[in-house]
Design a protein around this ligand. Structure first.
Ligand code: GDP
Ligand code: ZN
Length: 319
């Protein structure tokens, strides 16, 4: 499935690119296809159309909150194999932000790889690569420079034929530039065309970009707006060291403040845990708790609705 446009979808099939709509059962259900999904379709090649009947199980998924009031996660990208966490080696270089994007990456189920762009603007590339490696726990870290072409072959090696990559990173870190360099042509020109309403075709090519070697790069607005969502598992991987420390505290509900036997405080005092890293761990935990409370509230209101529905159905069947 290549792109969603309101209720219309564009799919890649053995008959080429087709427009498709959802079968009724899917339209009214919860589980709509997302970009990157494999779907079961009934083809109408003569019309150049198809009907989507089912969404196949996902290998990985990026999700986000739909809106502030509504906390049901929406899948913004499915079946991403490798996710490039992108950060510039210029003034916007920020290890904490890389940590947070890594959390999202782990949570998705895709393999994370950190790309430090704009290496040509940085005098001490190697120390920064080491610094990121020290917080990324086994995740490969590569420096790249788009204008010089440095590191591009390494990046390509992660997206051979049959694999799909996505990019995560703040605006301006060089994601579009990197995609252009991988594709070998200026897609940014097509991005400009999109604004004057020149059809969906351009958009569809922008959302799932085929590379010359046969891999795909997924580049959707949704991916670019990703927010932290339910990142418990990802948290554990990204902050494995802090979690291990917290597990050694004497009290299970230790808040790591004044409690006796606090292993986290001891590590901070002893210099084996970085204060900033501890603070970003705490901040992320507070956000996760807030999200969990919202989810609980939603679950409660759903079960209220469920009870009301049940009461109504009882009324209908009791004579
Ligand atoms: P995006 O918002 O992440 O897609 O970022 P862009 O790809 O639009 O890049 C933002 C700016 O950074 C542009 O002016 C690019 O020319 C510049 N840029 C991107 N990659 C590099 C690089 O490797 N080296 C240098 N010097 N500039 C870069
Ligand atoms: Zn503690």
């Amino acid at each position: 499935m290549a792109v969603e446009h309101r209720s219309e979808y564009v799919i890649y099939t053995e008959h080429g690119e087709l427009r498709a709509e959802l079968a009724g059962r899917l339209r009214h259900g919860d589980e709509h296809p997302a970009v990157g999904d494999w779907v079961a379709v009934a083809l109408r090649p003569s019309e150049g159309r198809a009907t989507i009947h089912a969404v196949l199980p996902r290998r990985s998924a990026f999700t986000r909150k739909v809106a502030w009031a509504e906390t049901k996660p929406q899948v913004v990208a499915a079946n991403v194999d490798v996710v490039f966490v992108v950060c510039g080696l210029d003034a916007n270089y920020n290890v904490r932000r890389i940590e947070r994007y890594l959390t999202l990456a782990w949570e998705s189920g895709a393999q994370p790889v950190v790309l430090l762009t704009k290496a040509d603007l940085c005098d001490d590339v190697d120390p920064r690569v080491y610094e990121v490696e020290s917080i990324a726990f086994g995740v490969p870290v590569h420096a790249v420079s788009a204008p010089h072409g440095d590191g591009l072959e390494t990046v390509r090696s992660y997206v051979p034929a049959g694999r799909t990559a996505a990019l995560l990173g703040s605006s301006g870190v060089g994601k579009s530039t990197l995609v252009n360099a991988l594709v070998g042509e200026e897609l940014l020109a097509t991005q400009g065309l999109r604004d004057d309403g020149r059809g969906r075709h351009t958009t569809s090519h922008r959302q799932l970009v085929p590379l010359p070697e046969g891999g795909l790069v997924l580049d959707t607005p949704g991916m670019r707006e990703l927010q932290l969502w339910d990142a418990d598992e990802g948290m554990q991987a990204a902050f494995a060291d802090v979690d291990a420390l917290a597990a050694q505290c004497r009290f299970a509900d230790c808040a790591h403040r004044e409690e006796p036997g606090c292993a986290v405080r001891a590590a901070l005092a002893g210099g084996t845990l970085d204060v900033e890293r501890f603070e970003s761990w705490g901040k992320l935990q507070r956000e996760l708790e807030r999200l969990a409370r919202k989810q609980d509230a939603r679950a409660r209101s759903e079960s209220r609705k469920e009870r009301a529905r049940f009461a109504r159905s009882m009324r209908k069947t009791s004579y």
